[in-house]
Design a protein. Structure first.
Length: 317
């Protein structure tokens, strides 16, 4: 069985590539460090380091262990932190990754409500586009992700739970050329540069693709200008003809105040397929399960509001 102490010593040697420097960091003698590494090698039945005159290098087995040891040590540290906090009656912290658009739609509010329900709980948030959040989850920087599911659906390392899709609409500055047209197609909308964060490519066709910068690996739409929220996008679009995308609830206050205008076109492919994402077979804490239940209820409320706003702006199906 792997012992955390031995893994910590292994990690120090791998990082310094030198037993002496690693021993100084671990505050033990070099001979004690060598015995710790030897005990680890015996338990695994493999050699982890190649020793030479200029230091040490990882063997193939050492490289494999290193890729996993970071995760193991990080998980142990987080577990000990949670236990220590509970022993002393301190705050319990959960870490959630929120994808762009999902954060604005309901994610930030769901995270804030954790504290309101229990003053001992704190929800730490990391934000990014949907692919960055998936990477954070795989690196175990977050316990759970709430994001667009485009990348998670096909990754065998992840499992997900769908929430209902939210229709998104194009929004622009008042006076934008799109607003003067009698009929507007998806090609019309996507002929203008996008402002926001990356979106999965759900709208096919050469006219669309030629008008935008696409990620060469996965064909995501990449924005002309990056903005994580409609408020930030608005500052950038006041003097340009860029197009942003959001649910109506995200931009209702901007529409009400006349700072932005919604493009009167419902593009069925332009939607937010949000959901929960976690590492496959990972057990979530009771606190995280409570967060998920609260987030589900909030999402349902937001979806009902979206229906009301669609009627308000004449965009209902």
């Amino acid at each position: 069985m792997l012992q955390a102490k031995h893994l910590s010593h292994f990690h120090a040697v791998a990082r310094h590539k030198h037993f002496g420097r690693a021993a100084l960091e671990a505050h033990i003698s070099q001979s004690a460090l060598s015995r710790s590494i030897q005990a680890l090698e015996r338990s695994l039945g493999v050699q982890l380091f190649k020793r030479g005159q200029n230091g040490v290098e990882l063997t193939r087995f050492g490289e494999i262990l290193l890729s996993h040891s970071r995760v193991i040590l990080a998980e142990e540290a987080r577990a000990m932190e949670a236990i220590d906090s509970a022993k002393h009656g301190q705050e319990q912290v959960i870490t959630v990754g929120l994808g762009a658009y999902v954060a604005e739609f309901f994610g930030i509010e769901a995270a804030a409500r954790v504290r309101a329900r229990d003053g001992r709980l704190l929800c730490r948030v990391r934000q990014g586009d949907f692919r960055e959040i998936a990477d954070d989850l795989l690196a175990r920087n977050v316990d759970l992700a709430v994001a667009e599911l485009a990348s998670a659906r096909y990754d065998p390392r992840l499992e997900h739970e769908d929430l209902s899709s939210a229709q998104m609409f194009a929004y622009v500055r008042p006076g934008h050329p799109l607003l003067g047209r009698e009929s507007i197609s998806s090609a019309d909308v996507f002929s203008y540069p996008m402002i926001g964060t990356r979106l999965p490519l759900r709208i096919e066709g050469p006219r669309i693709e030629s008008a935008h910068n696409l990620d060469p690996v996965n064909k995501d739409f990449l924005p002309f200008m990056n903005a994580v929220s409609p408020a930030t996008a608005l500052k950038m679009m006041r003097e340009t003809d860029v197009v942003g995308f959001a649910s109506l609830g995200m931009i209702d206050s901007l529409l009400e105040s006349g700072q932005a205008a919604v493009v009167p076109a419902r593009i069925k492919e332009l939607r937010l397929d949000a959901g929960f994402i976690r590492l496959r077979d990972r057990q979530l804490s009771p606190t995280m399960l409570e967060f998920m239940e609260g987030a589900r209820l909030l999402h349902e409320t937001k979806m009902a509001i979206e229906d009301e706003l669609a009627s308000k702006y004449g965009l209902a199906e």
